[in-house]
Write a protein that binds this ligand. Structure first.
Ligand code: CIR
Length: 264
């Protein structure tokens, strides 16, 4: 398939929202044993990330750091932005619940239809993967079944369909899978064997590069984390242009490329 056809078939994004990491970032939640993030380096990497989004053609809204919430730069988790509505989530992580308050007025500027997930339902949008009009919703330690059912109900109202996927090994669904478009799905670990993904053209990410399974297709490019040569080669071989961004400091907090922005 040529580049032109690819571009036409994939949802075009025009905007992104990011939040500058605060100094409290070093106290963010993590299961990784990679040490504390270097704040100065994280800020620098974040700037480059914004530049990459702009290079993909997006207009980027940059929110100020919020020191109260160490993980608040991972904006993806607090809202799901679709072509028709936005859903403000209710993060499963206790320390992240308050992050939704400050993102709501920002999203009101862009969306007329705003929906909310409320206790006892919990959802983090890192668990939601969009595949055109179909949304895969992961049940994880952060997104519970009630949350997944609520999101699916909301999406249904807007004409979208949903499919629920249980995950065991990783933090969020999109930690281990990424939809590139054109039926191509990057996957690693537990996701390689899941029935729900069997009709995709699976691009298997080798275990040693599993962090790079979290990539994002943004218009004509696939943004991928820097330092994963096998993944880079696989994505190029599938016909995509890539933009590499170093996010090593965010990896130390289990954060991937997708988590650092909302794209719509
Ligand atoms: C957390 O544990 O919530 C953050 N340290 C990382 C969030 C990563 N978000 C994502 O994968 N969507």
């Amino acid at each position: 398939m040529d580049e032109f056809t690819k571009e036409m078939k994939h949802r075009k994004f025009t905007k992104a929202i990011v939040r500058i990491p605060g100094m409290s970032l070093v106290n963010g939640l993590t299961t990784a044993s990679l040490g504390e993030p270097d704040y100065t380096k994280a800020l620098f990497q974040h700037e480059k990330y914004i530049k990459a989004l702009r290079d993909c053609g997006l207009e980027v809204t940059i929110l100020e750091a919020d020191e109260k919430y160490p993980d608040s730069c991972f904006v993806e988790d607090v809202a799901l932005c679709t072509s028709k509505c936005t859903v403000i989530t209710n993060p499963g992580a206790g320390s992240r619940k308050g992050e939704t308050e400050s993102i709501t007025p920002v999203l009101r500027q862009f969306f007329t239809d705003i929906e909310f997930i409320r206790e006892p339902a919990t959802v983090e949008a890192g668990d939601i993967m969009m595949v055109d009009d179909l949304f895969f919703i992961g049940i994880s330690e952060r997104t519970n079944m009630k949350g997944a059912i609520e999101v699916a109900g909301i999406l249904g109202k807007y004409g979208f369909t949903s499919s629920i996927v249980e995950l065991k090994e990783v933090l969020h669904l999109k930690t281990g899978v990424a939809y590139l478009g054109e039926n191509n799905l990057l996957a690693c670990g537990e996701f390689l064997q899941k029935d729900v993904f069997k009709n995709f053209n699976l691009i298997e990410i080798p275990e040693e590069e599993s962090y790079a399974a979290n990539c994002i297709r943004v218009n004509d490019f696939v943004m991928i984390p820097a330092g994963y040569p096998k993944t880079s080669k696989l994505i190029r071989a599938a016909g995509y242009k890539i933009l590499e961004v170093d996010v090593s400091e965010f990896r130390k907090l289990d954060g991937g490329l997708s988590c650092l922005s909302l794209r719509f």
